[in-house]
Design a protein around this ligand. Sequence first.
Ligand code: AMP
Ligand code: ZN
Length: 480
Amino acid sequence: MTPIKLHNTRTRTKEEFVPIDPENVRMYVCGPTVYDRAHLGNARPVVVFDVLYRLLRHVYGADHVTYVRNFTDVDDKINATALSRQQAGAQGTLEQLVQERSDETIGWYLHDMGALGALEPNEMPRATEYIAQMVEMIEDLIAKGHAYAAEGHVLFAVDSWKNKYGALSGRSGDDMIAGARVEVAPYKKNPMDFVLWKPSTDDLPGWDSPWGRGRPGWHIECSAMSYELLGASFDIHGGGNDLMFPHHENEIAQSCCAHPEGEFARYWLHNEMLQVEGKKMSKSLGNFFTVHDLLEQGVPGEVIRFVFLQTHYRKPMDWTKSKADHAYHVLDGWHRLTVDLEPTPLSDFVPDSRIVEALSSDLNTHLALMRLAALESQSPQELLDNARWLGFLSDATKEAWKRDFLHNSSGIGVSGHPDLATLGAELDSLRTRAKITKDFSEVDQLKDKLFQAGVEVRMSKAGVELLPGPDFDPSKLENI
Ligand code: AMP
Ligand code: ZN
């Protein structure tokens, strides 16, 4: 078995992955704040760590991997939605409305991530279910001299752990102060000290604590939940690289100080950002669209998954229509090729060693997809089974593809002719390219061939639509 190599942010090198307990691997990934639908960027860590989870399950056994991903359901934006619903006449206490908003967002999230072929983690703790453990951890940090209470707040004292704070992100104290827009407050001993607990006003959710009614800071949530579910030392901690500082730096400080008997996480993995025109996609910048938007527009979830996996997780990436078109074509071809095949049950299936090898090399998903594509000409059955193992061509996507195929090709059937949806996407991407190159000859050629096959071509700003005309002859599509 090839060893798994992973790039560890902590050492900035690719290291062989050796679990603490050779029989049981433990992984924690920072999950979403559940105040609204996930944007496409939020889906990137989900897909990346899903691939790692699948690889680990293959190597160590499906029952020997524990994957925890939390939900942050303590948040001002959740409260704001609940409050405005209450003001608009919604029934229930504010606490109930807050919970309702989190529940609804979690439901959307699980649905959308499921559509991307992501397996659900073994544990999905909600911060609000671990408040007692957070309070206990904060008390312990105070007792050990790493935190102090002031004006209803509790702060972590970075000076109590000075030598190590900043080691993960490789920042000096001055860098951190400059980069973090550190909140200066009169009750802080050092401007870098961060909040473990803060007071809550009477009209907002809060919990009783030794420091008065209040709520936890964001960082302590992950430290407390990972300790409860995975222990003082575990193998892998993941998340986007936007979380490296301050969130992960603060998690390390809290966990290592509260549990000096452990080492917290050994391997730190960070995915790069999904970008829009060179900037991180984020809600605060307003340059985002949601996974739900794309699904609603008819982009299959597995197309999104494919586009993500074409780029290595440590490289920034853009979502572009041409990447989605390409993914659509490839997947469409795989569906055609495997439409009549029965998948091998996953329990009896051993994935192709070359695909496993690619993933074992710091999740080289691009190479894994190339090796998967190479199976097209060798064995459609192998293609189907390996694609499913990687989260593509699931039963649900197969069904959806059959429905769309029959619908879009107006009854051409699964006959091996390219269907009109695929040709429409092709024409659309040729047109996009032509607008840049100002050379429309390929667009015109394809349009001509479609006319000859009796296809009506409708082009508008919104896209391209192909409809079978009265003289439609599907056999003529074969020459295209
Ligand atoms: P948040 O709800 O903002 O805490 O984000 C949830 C997860 O999505 C974290 O792991 C973030 O690092 C990740 N994330 C947020 N924006 C992006 C992005 N544009 N590209 C990739 N990952 C992101
Ligand atoms: Zn976290």
